[in-house]
Design a binder for this molecule. Structure first.
Ligand code: PLP
Length: 394
């Protein structure tokens, strides 16, 4: 049986593939340190788990919910966005989805026609391009000429076509951890408004910002940019809830309604128990979220100078958010005698038992992504192993 042409164009997620390979090695008893992961190593705060258990025990979690989410959860999402970004949304401008990943999937399903394209500044998260393809659109990778992997209006303008329907801005960014300033976002936003290009603002890491840096959401930059933007975020990273699968989108009511229609046929609704858990997270006092943020900040501050000091590793600017460091390793790869970053990453895993991800799947093959969403002792050991590996090879 032949597979559809659509699905044949799509690559499996490289980050998940690396994670699975690492987990297989760990299951075989090999002591691998996994720095390829894209999720907090913390477990979900107890108050959130307790709320889920209460929802099960009371019977509330037994039933279907509205396709686009529980009304009380939408209200809590609006209140949190108001508190964090200072903007108001109406109830019909919110949809709850099975994770931010499915939110993005639904967006591309409802906005793209065959031949439409979406601008994706490099480096970009692996799923955007594949989701655009699955929706029949064309992903256009944009070389970012600004400092710190940031895209400029000139970069976007060079690639814009009459079929450009949307662009994705992810800040703090996976994989680089870099953050756009308000001024940079305003320029991008004004350009999108001028050309009627929808902005998909992936703010999933907005609460993981460190060392006094300030997060700005595109939606806070005035009514025109807000109207042009779909704000995508969720509870996965902020509350260590990746397994619960709750994300959400705020924006144009017509687009939200269309997403609701597709979701109603695709998944029915996000799991009720997860929605009650997310509700507790959003309405809670945010202390646990802050504790986790501080822990990530401490790890970044300890790990960054070490990564910087590794021979053949280069990083221009210290990451400001998310939980990744994205060094250029071109020199290290050459010094160790490898011809590609993938060979280097493979050898680091097989020989030093440290798992990282090649930057190729984010559109930047000379880089690797190192996740520091793991405990300090493992990070210290991973650094030591990597240093020894580099010294032995070069
Ligand atoms: N966007 C980015 C940039 C991510 O890194 C991730 C997760 O890795 C997501 C969206 C999706 O998050 P989730 O589906 O867990 O809500």
């Amino acid at each position: 049986m032949a597979l559809s042409r659509k699905v044949q164009q799509v690559q499996p997620s490289a980050t998940l593939a690396m994670s699975s390979k690492t987990k297989e090695m760990i299951a075989k008893g090999i002591d691998v340190i996994n720095l390829s992961i894209g999720e907090p190593d913390f477990t979900t705060p107890k108050a959130i788990g307790d709320a889920a258990i209460a929802a099960i025990n009371s019977g509330k979690a037994s039933f279907y919910t509205p396709a686009g989410g529980l009304p009380e959860l939408k209200t809590a999402i609006r209140a949190r966005i108001k508190a964090e970004d200072g903007v108001d949304y109406r109830q019909n401008q919110v949809i709850v989805t099975d994770g931010a990943k499915f939110a993005l999937f639904l967006i591309f399903q409802v906005i793209l026609n065959p031949g439409d394209n979406v601008l994706l500044p490099e480096p970009f998260w692996v799923s955007y391009s594949e989701q655009v393809r699955l929706a029949g659109g064309q992903p256009l990778a944009i070389k970012a000429s600004g400092k710190d992997h940031k895209v400029t209006v000139a970069d976007l303008e060079q690639m814009r076509t009459p079929q450009t329907q949307a662009m994705v801005i992810n800040s703090p960014q996976n994989p680089s951890g870099l953050l756009y300033t308000a001024e940079e976002l305003r320029e991008l936003g004004n350009w999108a408004v001028a050309h009627d290009i929808l902005i998909v603002a992936d703010d999933i890491y907005s609460n993981l910002v460190y060392n006094g840096n300030q997060f700005t959401s595109l939606v806070s930059l005035g009514e025109a940019i807000k109207k042009q933007t779909l704000l995508v975020t969720g509870v996965s990273k902020t509350y260590a809830m990746t397994g619960w699968r709750i994300g959400y989108v705020l924006g144009d009511p017509q687009i939200i309604k269309a997403m609701n229609t597709v979701a109603s046929h695709a998944t029915g609704n996000p799991a009720a128990v997860s929605q009650y858990a997310a509700l507790a997270g959003l309405n809670g006092d945010q202390k646990d979220a802050e504790k986790m943020r501080l822990a990530f900040e401490k790890r970044l501050n300890l790990l960054y100078p070490k990564i910087q000091s590794l021979p053949g590793f280069e990083i221009e600017t210290k990451p400001q958010g998310a939980f990744y460091i994205f060094p250029k390793v071109k020199q290290a790869v050459a010094q160790c005698g490898y011809s590609t970053t993938e060979e280097f990453v493979e050898a680091l895993l097989e020989e030093a038992h440290v798992a990282v991800v090649s930057g190729r799947s984010f559109g930047q093959p000379d880089y690797i992504r190192i996740s520091y969403a793991t405990d300090q002792a493992s990070l210290d050991e991973a650094y030591k192993r990597t240093k020894d590996f580099l010294e032995t090879k070069s």
